[in-house]
Design a protein around this ligand. Structure first.
Ligand SMILES: Nc1ncnc2c1ncn2[C@@H]1O[C@H](COP(=O)(O)OP(=O)(O)OP(=O)(O)O)[C@@H](O)[C@H]1O
Length: 238
């Protein structure tokens, strides 16, 4: 029996800056409904991988396939939406205008926008300017925007940054619902968060894939069967 092709398949992703190889042939697959976490020490190549993946940065090697078909860099944005960390789109506009503009851009109905705004509890700040938002509310706005996109794959850089524990758990529930219809790639520094939400983890270090799999897979690789992700991380990275 032939196995169905993964939703996304990435092979041999390479990125160099001059003499420095910052992605050294990274491979992974993503299945429908999956939440894949990218973890790794500072400078491991997490942002570079996401940017090469969506075609924002030109890679020096590697292939990306969608449902088994080659997906050239110029067409990646049809399939993937990337939400970088720390941006404040339309910063001089009120929040309601920013969400409305984004919704119109993607041809969605006002009802969908209202639902997402309600789920992310953005209502109290709709009249504020984007530039005036606190870090947590700016993060909520960015997530609203991400959830108003039609792409089947969402790539979110630090989606829980700026949230307290209760908010993080709330947003995790929401992302889990979203993943039922799409697939998510999340770059996460907080390993406790990554352990909670991710189905599988891609551990990068110095541009190389150190591990790929469930926490149990990575723990076995680290030779510490019942370790948590923090112990695995410390065991496998330098
Ligand atoms: N424009 C650039 N020119 C040269 N080197 C770069 C450039 N951008 C990134 N790098 C290098 O590429 C490597 C990977 O960086 P990247 O930002 O992808 O890491 P990261 O895992 O996202 O790090 P962090 O956890 O600190 O955000 C680092 O060594 C970084 O210094």
């Amino acid at each position: 029996m032939t196995q169905a092709a993964p939703l996304l398949s990435v092979r041999g992703m390479i990125k160099r800056y001059g003499e420095a190889t910052v992605l050294d042939g990274v491979d992974f697959d993503l299945s429908p409904g999956e939440i894949l976490g990218i973890i790794g020490p500072n400078g491991a190549g997490k942002t570079t991988l996401m940017e090469c993946l969506v075609g924002l940065l030109s890679a020096d090697g590697g292939e990306v396939r969608l449902h088994g078909e080659p997906l050239p860099a110029a067409r990646r944005r049809e399939a993937m939406f990337y939400l970088p960390d720390g941006i404040a789109p339309w910063s001089d506009q009120p929040v309601w205008r920013a969400t409305g503009l984004f919704r119109e851009l993607h041809g969605l109905g006002a009802e969908r926008e209202a639902t997402v705004v309600r789920r992310l509890e953005l209502k109290p700040v709709l009249a504020k300017r984007v530039s005036e938002l606190s870090k947590g509310y700016r993060r909520r706005l960015l997530l609203v925007l991400a959830l108003l996109t039609p792409q089947p794959i969402l790539i979110l850089d630090e989606p829980f940054d700026g949230f307290d524990l209760r908010q993080t758990l709330h947003v995790m529930d929401l992302l889990r619902e979203v993943a039922a219809e799409r697939a998510l790639i999340l770059s996460i520094h907080q390993l406790k968060d990554a352990e909670r939400i991710c189905d599988r983890l891609l551990l990068l270090d110095a541009g190389r894939r150190l591990g790929l799999g469930t926490l149990a897979d990575l723990a076995a690789q680290a030779g510490a069967a019942h370790a948590d992700l923090e112990e695995v991380f410390l065991g496998l990275t330098h």
